[in-house]
Design a protein around this ligand. Structure first.
Ligand SMILES: C[S@@+](CC[C@H](N)C(=O)[O-])C[C@H]1O[C@@H](n2cnc3c(N)ncnc32)[C@H](O)[C@@H]1O
Length: 210
């Protein structure tokens, strides 16, 4: 588990609701009927989506979910406290599943396997990923503890690149960086096809199909 302060979610809400913001990165959910956001925080991405029949979010951070529920803009959105690695939904429930800035904090093979299970056949997946820049900055700016954690994140990313698997830190914490190779291995193993990457100066994302 790796939760974020409520101030983070509040800032992301503001960015998500400002369609002119250069920091706004949201998935194209198209005409999907049922959409699931894994690691939704306060629901800051769910609020930007169109008129889907079902908009659902899960997160391990109950405080963030509560914060989102108090914003009127979350009307029509259902949320649940759950881990991406153990989704409380039946198989083939959603036709679009996404995770924005949250997969890097999960046991990736377990989370991908759950995403595949809850997606309908030919359902689409969209995930944002972390490059080495994030732990490298944490290493440069951090104290000793922060540096040890940044090194763990980088090593976990190297292992992910080779094997498509991740390993936990202590007390249930997990964090890694992702590479195209590692994601292809992990997504292929979980049963996904049509894997495509998009990397810009603002984000690194992958899309795939069940
Ligand atoms: C950086 S925030 C991103 C929130 C939101 N998706 C966004 O784009 O702003 C990461 C979120 O992932 C959640 N998270 C971390 N590990 C998780 C897990 N194993 N299962 C579900 N959510 C998780 C955290 O609680 C946090 O809300």
């Amino acid at each position: 588990m790796n939760t974020s302060p409520v101030s983070y979610h509040d800032d992301e809400f503001r960015i998500a609701l400002d369609s002119t913001s250069p920091h706004r990165v949201v998935p194209d959910t198209g005409s999907a009927e049922a959409v699931l956001d894994i690691g939704c925080g306060a629901g800051q991405t769910l609020v930007t989506l169109g008129n889907h029949k079902r908009r659902v979010g899960v997160d391990v951070d109950i405080e963030a979910l509560r914060f989102g529920l108090h914003r009127t803009t979350t009307e029509g959105i259902r949320v649940a406290a759950a881990q991406g690695e153990h989704l409380p939904f039946a198989e083939s429930t959603f036709d679009f599943v996404y995770s924005r800035v949250a997969l890097p904090y999960m046991d990736i093979p377990a989370a991908l396997s759950e995403m595949h299970r809850v997606l309908r056949p030919r359902g689409r997946l969209w995930l944002t990923l972390h490059t080495i820049d994030i732990p490298a900055t944490q290493f440069r700016r951090g104290n000793l503890k922060g540096r040890i954690y940044a090194l763990y994140t980088i090593l976990n990313g190297a292992w992910f690149h080779i094997s498509g698997r991740t390993f936990p830190f202590v007390r249930g914490l997990c964090e890694s960086i992702q590479t195209e190779r590692g994601m292809r291995v992990a997504l292929g193993r979980a049963g996904f096809s049509k894997i495509e990457f998009c990397q810009t100066s603002r984000h690194f994302a992958v899309t795939a199909e069940r």
